[in-house]
Design a protein around this ligand. Structure first.
Ligand SMILES: NC(=O)c1ccc[n+]([C@@H]2O[C@H](COP(=O)([O-])OP(=O)(O)OC[C@H]3O[C@@H](n4cnc5c(N)ncnc54)[C@H](O)[C@@H]3O)[C@@H](O)[C@H]2O)c1
Length: 382
C-alpha cells in the first residue's frame, strides 16, 4: 500500500485523484503513466489518505466535491476525505482566491507541529506537492532555515519549504517518507533541503514535473546535439487558461518557472544558445488545454540554415497527473531502499529541473532507461 497525502488540491491534484480511482476501478486505461503496469507496486495499491489546501472554498469540503469542480465524472470512491487546512504564507497573493491557513491562527513552528500530529494519524508514505507556483528565497544553510522557522519569518519562507521541513521531521519520527516536489521551488536542487532529507529518512523527488513543451524541447535539442547541428536560438511559448497560468502572470512566480525551464539549453547543447522559454500568457477560454509553440533555428552541414516550428494544444494537468501515479510508487520504493536525500535517476526523467543541483538535464531517452533500471526494470532500448 502507498498512502498519499496531497498538498494543493487544484487542477493537477484533482485529475490525479480522479484518474487514479478510475484506473483502480478498471474504468480507464493507464495511458500517460510511463511505468503503468510494470512497477512492482501496482496502481491499485495507491491510496489517497489526506489532502490539504488553503483556498477557503475548498478547506473543510469533501475531496469528492472539490475534485468534481475539475472533473464532473469524478468517482464516488473519493468520498469521505475532508480537505484540510494547510499553511498559506503568501501562496495565493494577487490571485482572486480567499486564503485561509494554519498560519492565520498560530506560529509557523506550531503549524509544523500541528501538521506532524495530523500526519501521524493519516500515516502517509508519500507527500505530493502541487501547490500554486511560488516566488522563493534559496536558503544557504540549515541554520538560516531553522532560524526562519524559529523566528516565524513569514517573508523568507514559502509554504513548500515549510511543508518539506515538517515532512522531514515526520519522516524522522516514523522511520521514512517521500516528498514529491512537482513545482519549481528548489528543494531537490537545494543542498540545504537534500542534506536535511538525508538526515531525516526523507526522500525528495524534484523539482517541477517534466510535462508540456519543455521535455519535448529537450528531446528536440538532444536530437540536434547528437547530430552536431549548431542551435542559433530557441523560442518557446506557452499560453494557458488555468489558474496556474493566471498565477504565472505574477513576475516573481514566473521567474521560478523560467529558471527550471531554461536550465535545459546549456545542459543539453553544451553551450548557451540564446533562448526565451517561459509561460507567456493567460487566456481564460483556453482553460487547461494550453497552446504551445516552439521555434528553433540551427546550422547544418555546409552552413545550411534550418528552422523547426512546432505547435500544439496540450492538456496541462493530465500530463503531470499521469507522472504522479509513477512518482508516488517510486517514492515508496525509494523509502524501502532507504535512498534518503534525492534520487537523480528518477528526477532526470520525471522532473524539469532534476536534483541534486550539480547534476544536469540529460536527454530524456537516456533518463528514461536510467529510471527504469533504478526501478529494477529491463531497459527498453539499450
Ligand atoms: N502540467 C502541469 O500542469 C504542471 C507541470 C509542472 C508543474 N506544475 C505545477 O503544479 C502546480 C499545480 O498546478 P495546478 O494546475 O494544479 O494549479 P492550481 O492553481 O489548479 O492548483 C494549485 C492548488 O494549490 C492550492 N494551494 C496554493 N497554495 C497552497 C498551500 N500553501 N498549501 C496548500 N494548498 C495550496 C491552491 O488553492 C490550488 O487549489 C503548480 O505549481 C505548477 O507549477 C504543473
Amino acid at each position: 500500500m502507498v498512502r498519499v497525502v496531497i498538498l494543493g488540491q487544484g487542477f493537477v491534484a484533482s485529475i490525479f485523484a480522479s484518474g487514479l480511482e478510475k484506473v483502480k476501478a478498471g474504468k480507464m486505461e493507464p495511458y500517460g503513466v510511463p511505468m503503468a503496469d510494470e512497477l512492482p507496486i501496482k496502481i491499485r495499491e495507491v491510496e489517497i489518505v489526506g489532502s490539504y489546501d488553503v483556498d477557503a472554498s475548498k478547506v473543510g469540503k469533501d475531496l469528492y466535491d472539490v475534485v468534481r469542480r475539475y472533473d464532473p465524472e469524478a468517482p464516488e470512491s473519493l468520498k469521505g476525505i475532508t480537505v484540510r487546512k494547510g499553511i498559506h504564507l503568501r501562496s495565493l497573493r494577487n490571485l482572486p482566491i480567499k486564503a485561509t491557513g494554519l498560519d492565520d491562527e498560530m506560529t509557523l513552528k506550531e503549524a509544523v507541529e500541528h501538521l506532524i500530529g495530523e500526519w501521524k494519524e493519516l500515516k502517509p508514505d508519500v507527500f505530493v506537492n502541487v501547490c500554486t507556483t511560488e516566488a522563493f528565497h534559496m536558503f544557504q544553510s540549515r541554520e538560516e532555515l531553522e532560524k526562519a522557522i524559529e523566528e516565524d519569518d513569514r517573508e523568507k519562507l514559502t509554504a513548500t519549504q515549510v511543508y518539506v521541513y515538517a515532512a522531514a521531521k515526520y519522516a524522522k519520527e516514523v522511520g521514512g517518507a517521500a516528498f514529491v516536489n512537482a513545482i519549481p521551488t528548489l528543494i531537490a536542487n537545494s543542498p540545504v533541503f537534500v542534506e536535511l532529507a538525508k538526515e531525516s529518512n526523507l526522500v525528495v523527488f524534484g523539482d517541477d514535473g517534466a510535462t508540456g513543451a519543455t521535455p519535448l524541447t529537450a528531446d528536440v535539442l538532444s536530437h540536434l546535439a547528437q547530430r552536431n547541428r549548431y542551435v542559433l536560438d530557441v523560442a518557446q511559448f506557452n499560453i494557458g487558461g488555468n489558474n496556474d497560468f493566471l498565477a504565472l502572470t505574477d513576475k516573481e512566480r514566473n521567474k521560478s518557472k523560467e529558471f527550471t525551464k531554461s536550465s535545459i539549453v546549456k545542459d543539453l547543447l553544451g553551450y548557451d544558445a540564446p533562448h526565451y522559454i517561459k509561460p507567456t500568457g493567460f487566456l481564460e477560454p483556453l482553460s487547461d488545454k494550453k497552446f504551445i509553440a516552439m521555434h528553433i533555428e540551427y546550422v547544418s552541414f555546409n552552413g545550411a540554415h534550418d528552422e523547426l516550428v512546432i505547435t500544439g494544444r496540450i492538456n496541462d494537468s493530465p500530463a503531470l497527473a499521469g507522472l504522479l501515479v509513477d512518482l508516488v510508487r517510486l517514492g515508496k520504493m525509494a523509502v524501502e531502499k532507504k535512498e534518503f536525500g534525492t534520487v537523480y535517476d528518477v528526477n532526470a526523467f520525471y522532473m524539469k529541473n532534476p536534483g541534486p543541483n550539480e547534476r544536469p538535464n540529460i536527454p530524456r531517452i537516456i533518463a528514461h532507461e536510467k529510471a527504469r533500471m533504478w526501478a529494477g526494470l529491463e531497459p527498453k532500448w539499450l
